[in-house]
Design a protein around this ligand. Structure first.
Ligand code: HEC
Ligand code: HEC
Ligand code: HEC
Ligand code: HEC
Ligand code: HEC
Ligand code: HEC
Ligand code: HEC
Ligand code: HEC
Ligand code: HEC
Ligand code: HEC
Length: 272
């Protein structure tokens, strides 16, 4: 009895059984598309997870295929995955790739950044382009700042935006997290982090961007001001009377206050 049912199940199309349509059924008509997807990075990754995940993937993205299988018209299938389609698989994983609040507000969907896996992706993981161009297609001012005379570049190649930003909210969500002491600058410039016995307060309060422009600058050292003196005077307008600003000697603040990021020796930031 059991065997008969099993055989029936195999003979009848899943559609007739009211189950979801599997990849093999779609592939019977979409041979090239289905086999290219299976060989691509997304299909291959799904199969590694489990063949059943791959098998259910066509309908997970394109929607219930039963009507389309019975009457294979365009109108009976969604070409573009519905919102939430990706999360039907990815929300369940341990690395929950949710979007940032700002991208959610801006209605930037998964496919604004990711490729489906039907075609060879332009960059890993399954991205529509290298992050600099991908992100820059919407964030033009940050992209063009990377061309300024002083910017984070590896030779002539700008740093990837993802060196500092994570769009999946794991560690570097948005503005505020970026500004914190554990912000992305310290991944590479740990020596500026201290902890100092005498930290320079602005880093504690506003982060590195109190004095540096992260995306690029016309000023050396990516500073927010062309010269040191106006940068320091922005916050230190009440200087000791010894600091005669008509004298050149007292204008180059960092010739004396060298430990601009913090000091372990004295509070006036003369030496690190
Ligand atoms: C019996 C053959 C057949 C089966 C089975 C079939 N399709 Fe199709 N599919 C077609 C044909 C034919 C078209 C083109 C229809 C047209 O141009 O109007 C098409 C078109 C499509 C399109 C493009 C729609 C568009 O708007 O351009 C998608 C996506 C699609 N199918 C996905 C699927 C998926 C997913 C499955 C499995 C659930 C599937 N198909 C099963 C025959 C089939
Ligand atoms: C991760 C989501 C996703 C999965 C899984 C997926 N597709 Fe697609 N598929 C898309 C997207 C997005 C497009 C639209 C691509 C475009 O318009 O450039 C598409 C387009 C198509 C088309 C139209 C292609 C054309 O050139 O006209 C067919 C047919 C299709 N998919 C079939 C399948 C089949 C069969 C499977 C399972 C083997 C599958 N898809 C799995 C997202 C997916
Ligand atoms: C049927 C389930 C399923 C659906 C639907 C699905 N994915 Fe996936 N996807 C997977 C699995 C499984 C992996 C492999 C994960 C792993 O290895 O940990 C994966 C991997 C990925 C990766 C990483 C690829 C890499 O090279 O590391 C990205 C990016 C991705 N999916 C994006 C998407 C997007 C965007 C959508 C919607 C358009 C989507 N996925 C829909 C199951 C799915
Ligand atoms: C603003 C662009 C953008 C959007 C929107 C986006 N992603 Fe990503 N995604 C990326 C980038 C870039 C990476 C590479 C990780 C990194 O470098 O931080 C990535 C990585 C991934 C990975 C690989 C696993 C991992 O955690 O590293 C998966 C899976 C994934 N995204 C799925 C999704 C899903 C599902 C959605 C929609 C809910 C989505 N992404 C929305 C840009 C985006
Ligand atoms: C399809 C367009 C689009 C793409 C592609 C895109 N973004 Fe965005 N991004 C937006 C929108 C819209 C907002 C919200 C702007 C607002 O609220 O003013 C935003 C906001 C942001 C913010 C501000 C976050 C905050 O909390 O204020 C950052 C940082 C950001 N994106 C980084 C990235 C990075 C990095 C990438 C590439 C991996 C990327 N974006 C790709 C459209 C995009
Ligand atoms: C060296 C690290 C770094 C790189 C590389 C980087 N960013 Fe940023 N980004 C930051 C920091 C830090 C902030 C916070 C700036 C602030 O609040 O003044 C920020 C803020 C932003 C914002 C919010 C608006 C703003 O300007 O304050 C957007 C959008 C953004 N970045 C997009 C991008 C894009 C797109 C790229 C790649 C073209 C990129 N970033 C590359 C560090 C970086
Ligand atoms: C992925 C690693 C990385 C991250 C993240 C990073 N930097 Fe850098 N930074 C570098 C490298 C590499 C250099 C070049 C060092 C050199 O040429 O000696 C550099 C140079 C600099 C310079 C000196 C520029 C000059 O003209 O001499 C400043 C200032 C700077 N970074 C500030 C920051 C700030 C602020 C952040 C956070 C917004 C940050 N960096 C994030 C790697 C990084
Ligand atoms: C109070 C303003 C201020 C703050 C806040 C600040 N910097 Fe600086 N930074 C400077 C100045 C001024 C210079 C130039 C020093 C020089 O030319 O000798 C500099 C130089 C640098 C340099 C390049 C020269 C070197 O010593 O390697 C790096 C890298 C750097 N800063 C990273 C950072 C990081 C990372 C943070 C956040 C932890 C940060 N800065 C916070 C003012 C600041
Ligand atoms: C974004 C604002 C800001 C900038 C820009 C800034 N500082 Fe400061 N600085 C502070 C604050 C706040 C304190 C802590 C003052 C206090 O505790 O009274 C401080 C403390 C100091 C101290 C120790 C003062 C004391 O009372 O012991 C020195 C020295 C100093 N800064 C020098 C500089 C120099 C030199 C520059 C330019 C390279 C600079 N600062 C740029 C905000 C700033
Ligand atoms: C020639 C060395 C020298 C230069 C250049 C210099 N300072 Fe100082 N600064 C000192 C000394 C010494 C002290 C402590 C004694 C005093 O108050 O005069 C001091 C103290 C300070 C203090 C702490 C004041 C307080 O109330 O405790 C600040 C803030 C400061 N300097 C900022 C600056 C700024 C901003 C510049 C550039 C415009 C600058 N300094 C240039 C030597 C210098």
């Amino acid at each position: 009895m059991k065997t008969t049912l099993l055989l029936l199940g195999l003979l009848l199309s899943p559609a007739a059984f009211g189950e979801t349509v599997d990849a093999a059924t779609c592939g019977a008509c979409h041979e090239d598309v289905a086999s290219a997807f299976a060989r691509g990075p997304h299909g291959a990754a799904m199969t590694r997870r489990s063949p059943a995940v791959f098998s259910s993937s066509c309908v997970a993205c394109h929607g219930d295929g039963k009507a389309h299988v019975d009457d294979p018209k365009k109108e009976n299938i969604s070409r573009i995955p519905a919102p939430g389609a990706c999360l039907s698989c990815h929300a369940a994983s341990g690395t929950t790739p949710l979007t940032t609040p700002a991208h959610a507000r801006g209605q930037v969907g998964c496919l604004s950044c990711h490729a489906s896996g039907h075609d060879a992706p332009k960059a890993d993981p399954l991205l529509g382009a290298r992050p600099h161009d991908l992100c820059g297609s919407c964030h033009e001012s940050q992209k063009s700042a990377a061309k300024l005379p002083y910017a984070h570049r590896d030779g002539s190649r700008p740093f990837d935006c993802t060196n500092c930003h994570s769009v999946h909210g794991k560690t570097r969500v948005g503005r505020l997290t970026l500004l914190g002491n554990g912000g992305p600058c310290l991944d590479c410039h740990a020596e500026k982090a201290g902890p100092w016995v005498f930290p320079h307060a602005p880093r504690e309060v506003n982060g590195c961007v109190a004095c540096h422009q992260p995306h690029g600058s016309t000023n050396p050292r990516l500073l927010t001001r062309r010269a040191i003196q106006p940068l320091c005077l922005e916050c230190h307008s009440n200087l000791p009377s010894t600091h005669d600003q008509t004298k050149g000697r007292y204008r180059n603040c960092i010739s004396c206050h060298r430990a601009v990021h913090g000091s372990n020796h004295e509070p006036k930031l003369f030496e690190e």
